[in-house]
Design a protein around this ligand. Sequence first.
Ligand code: AMP
Ligand code: MG
Length: 332
Amino acid sequence: MTTILGIESTAHTFGIGIVRNRKILANVKSTYVTEKGGIIPMEAAKHHSESKEKIYSQALEVSGVSEEEIDAIAFSQGPGLSPCLLEGIKFAKDLAERLRKPIVPVNHCIAHVEVGRITGAKDPVMLYASGANTQIIAYASGKFRIFGETLDLGVGNFIDNFARYAGIGFPGGPEIEKLAKKSSGGPEKKLIELPYTVKGMDIALSGILTNLKQKLESGKYGIQDLAYSMQETVFAMLVETAERALAHTGKKELLLGGGVACNSRLQEMCKIMCKERGAKFFCPDRLLLVDNGAMIAFLGEIMFKKKIYGENLDKIDIKPKQRTDDVNVRWK
Ligand code: AMP
Ligand code: MG
């Protein structure tokens, strides 16, 4: 029996999860939000620093696990915002030192993929649509390969940026989804043509963002119709590239992940695509889609069982720019 504590702190969320034999015993988090404007990295780090003790004791309480039962401490090593990652690693190292346990450095993006195993997906293509990251990921010969990705903004940051321009605070995604549902006030929604920028297997979003801002500024278009048209266009770009990755790899499962995967229209479009090509669709519970500590503990446990961890704490550091395909996957 192994019990792993996982710490997530890459961006807006400070979360702690506790996993024992693939079962999630606790998944507690606190998220930095704003009324207006986006994430300020130092402010988010301050939020993490102020929340960590409370989140830690809540996680122990919810799980019923005592400190002595923890076998290792996993933490999000990257990619992410440096000030936020530093809060996570510091907490992990202090705890590891105090409890005399090893630490397991986990790649945040791969944790999003691997926690999808909980849904029953075995060897999926993953559409990972989150704030800073947007990638089509699949495992092939020793690494999680990136089959396609955004060339500029992550889709969540793109949506948040547009929302911010329209006066909506962070995170903007949920509000934009609500507005899109009200497009032209009913089932007859109004699709406004926007640039559609798929380049090979990659996508680009900054041009669409400029176009949306110009349209909003012109006063000729309603925010609800723009929100609707943005979702239809950009989600179609994501689904198109994900479908091509399925066709190319011959894999038969699509796994959705990342905060933007909470969007019901994106889920619906993925389901339709999977049905049409005879693939299975998997989407974890909302609490595992957004950034969370349980996914870090979950992958941490898989790695720990394969003896992939560090005991010399001085040699372990954050990796703010670590890419999904930098990681040698030694646990498969
Ligand atoms: P993550 O970085 O994976 O935690 O995801 C955070 C991102 O998910 C933010 O950019 C949010 O705006 C976005 N998000 C959350 N809920 C929704 C939603 N219902 N529709 C679109 N985006 C969303
Ligand atoms: Mg994430």
